[in-house]
Design a protein around this ligand. Structure first.
Ligand SMILES: Nc1ncnc2c1ncn2[C@@H]1O[C@H](COP(=O)(O)OP(=O)(O)OP(=O)(O)O)[C@@H](O)[C@H]1O
Ligand SMILES: [Mg+2]
Length: 288
């Protein structure tokens, strides 16, 4: 087998990386990104998170850029989903959790008491590992939030369905069966339906927790193409265990280990020449 990872980042450049680790002489001790600058959409500041007495995130600091894709990688249990679920405060549904530090969206704390949690979740959509369509028609799945918000005009609902399904690259496959149950779709189609449902809310940010882990390579490729298109309009944060996927679709990558952010950097740098030895060991499959 070819011991390489193929990068396919924004410029669609193809860089074949030798996975043999190179010798490093300089190891900075903090997870600082390279000199590149960007407009931050999500800022995580001095962030600690606890389930009861169990601290699972330790002093996390980094910023995720607007309208780009940030991948979160790291071994199982290192806190990837926990961080993701705190960006839209989903974890608050769990008893006994608490945090220190802050998460800001375009400068505003998600913990700002004047902000409604429902408003945060509207601004920040989420797609889970296991697609979770409602046991309703394809059409009703897409317009669920609009209906909840009181929207009744058929023209508006029809338009939202078509626009969201087109954005999720599913329209052509389902346009003649919108009244059929969403549960009749294939796994890959259901996942795209869930992405369409999230888009229908017109969020600013899309959080994706291993959205392709249950999908075959063709469905995965479709979702990856979709993510590439969606980042024109949305800031995307994706958790993935698939190193090739992180390399292909993300612009920035955050590597976590045991609840700590080890390195946040440009994806190309993470996979070609990371600052931290631990990052290199992980992306080259030496541990994790
Ligand atoms: N609801 C919960 N209650 C208590 N502890 C939890 C809960 N969810 C996660 N944890 C703990 O928090 C830590 C981080 O879990 P998390 O699910 O964020 O990891 P992860 O990096 O997403 O792992 P994976 O790659 O397996 O999905 C783990 O030790 C886990 O046991
Ligand atoms: Mg997880």
């Amino acid at each position: 087998m070819n011991d390489t990872i193929e990068l396919n980042i924004e410029e669609k450049e193809h860089v074949m990386i030798d996975k043999t680790p190179s010798v490093k002489t300089h190891q900075p001790d903090r997870a600082q990104p390279s000199e590149e600058t960007f407009s931050a959409c999500i800022q995580v500041k001095d962030y600690h998170f606890y389930y009861g007495d169990n601290r699972v995130l330790f002093d996390v600091n980094f910023e995720m850029p607007e309208r780009q894709v940030t991948a979160i990688i790291g071994p199982s249990g290192c806190g990837k989903s926990t961080l993701l679920r705190n960006i839209n405060r989903m974890n608050e549904l769990i008893d006994g959790v608490h945090h220190q530090g802050d998460i800001l969206i375009k400068g505003q704390s998600v913990y700002d008491p004047t902000l409604e949690v429902t408003e945060i979740r509207k601004r920040i959509g989420m797609v889970f590992q296991k697609s979770n369509p409602f046991p309703k028609s394809i059409y009703e799945n897409i317009i669920y939030s609009l209906r909840m918000a009181g929207e009744k005009r058929k023209s508006v609902l029809d338009e939202a369905v078509e626009t969201s399904l087109k954005a999720a690259a599913l329209w052509e496959e389902v346009k003649d069966r919108l009244e059929e149950s969403a549960l009749s779709l294939s796994g890959g189609q259901m996942q795209r339906l869930c992405i369409a449902r999230a888009i229908a809310n017109q969020p600013e940010i899309l959080l994706m927790d291993e959205p392709c882990s249950a999908l075959d390579p063709i469905a995965t490729a479709k979702i990856e193409e979709l993510i590439y298109e969606l980042k024109k309009d949305f800031t995307i944060v994706i958790v993935t265990h698939n190193m090739q996927q992180a390399a292909r679709i993300s612009d920035w990558t955050a590597f976590f280990y045991l609840g700590k952010l080890i390195e946040f950097n440009n994806t190309k740098k993470i996979f070609v020449n990371p600052d931290q030895k631990q990052t290199e060991d992980y992306v080259t499959g030496r541990f994790g």
